[in-house]
Design a protein around this ligand. Structure first.
Ligand SMILES: [Zn+2]
Length: 60
Protein backbone atom coordinates (compact mmCIF):
# COMPACT_ATOMS: atom_id res chain seq x y z
CA UNK A 1 0.00 0.00 0.00
CA UNK A 2 2.98 2.19 0.32
CA UNK A 3 3.51 3.23 -3.23
CA UNK A 4 6.38 5.56 -3.61
CA UNK A 5 5.43 8.79 -5.29
CA UNK A 6 6.89 9.41 -8.67
CA UNK A 7 10.30 10.91 -8.37
CA UNK A 8 10.17 14.34 -9.83
CA UNK A 9 13.18 16.03 -11.23
CA UNK A 10 14.44 19.26 -9.87
CA UNK A 11 13.20 21.97 -12.23
CA UNK A 12 16.42 23.80 -11.70
CA UNK A 13 19.14 21.25 -12.27
CA UNK A 14 17.29 18.08 -13.18
CA UNK A 15 18.42 15.98 -10.26
CA UNK A 16 15.90 13.78 -8.47
CA UNK A 17 13.82 15.89 -6.13
CA UNK A 18 14.28 15.62 -2.42
CA UNK A 19 11.23 15.11 -0.27
CA UNK A 20 12.36 17.87 2.02
CA UNK A 21 12.71 20.39 -0.73
CA UNK A 22 10.49 19.14 -3.50
CA UNK A 23 10.02 19.75 -6.22
CA UNK A 24 13.63 20.74 -5.91
CA UNK A 25 16.56 18.50 -5.13
CA UNK A 26 17.99 20.69 -2.42
CA UNK A 27 17.52 23.88 -0.49
CA UNK A 28 20.10 25.44 -2.70
CA UNK A 29 18.14 24.86 -5.86
CA UNK A 30 15.00 25.95 -4.11
CA UNK A 31 16.59 29.20 -3.10
CA UNK A 32 18.21 29.62 -6.45
CA UNK A 33 14.99 29.10 -8.29
CA UNK A 34 13.17 31.42 -5.96
CA UNK A 35 15.89 33.99 -6.41
CA UNK A 36 15.66 33.59 -10.12
CA UNK A 37 12.02 34.39 -10.02
CA UNK A 38 12.57 37.36 -7.78
CA UNK A 39 15.53 38.61 -9.71
CA UNK A 40 14.76 37.38 -13.12
CA UNK A 41 17.83 38.71 -14.76
CA UNK A 42 20.14 38.75 -11.83
CA UNK A 43 22.45 35.87 -11.17
CA UNK A 44 24.64 35.36 -8.19
CA UNK A 45 27.76 33.25 -8.22
CA UNK A 46 27.12 29.83 -6.85
CA UNK A 47 29.60 27.88 -4.88
CA UNK A 48 29.35 24.20 -5.54
CA UNK A 49 29.70 23.02 -2.02
CA UNK A 50 27.23 20.19 -1.87
CA UNK A 51 27.49 16.92 -3.66
CA UNK A 52 24.02 15.71 -2.85
CA UNK A 53 24.71 15.49 0.83
CA UNK A 54 23.59 18.82 2.15
CA UNK A 55 21.07 17.47 4.56
CA UNK A 56 22.09 17.50 8.15
CA UNK A 57 18.81 16.62 9.71
CA UNK A 58 17.25 14.08 7.43
CA UNK A 59 19.33 11.06 8.15
CA UNK A 60 19.58 9.13 11.32
ZN1 LIG B 1 18.41 20.90 -8.15
Amino acid sequence: MSVLPKARSCPYCGKPADSLHRPFCSKRCKDLDLGRWLNEDYRVPVVEEDQGDDEDDGKT
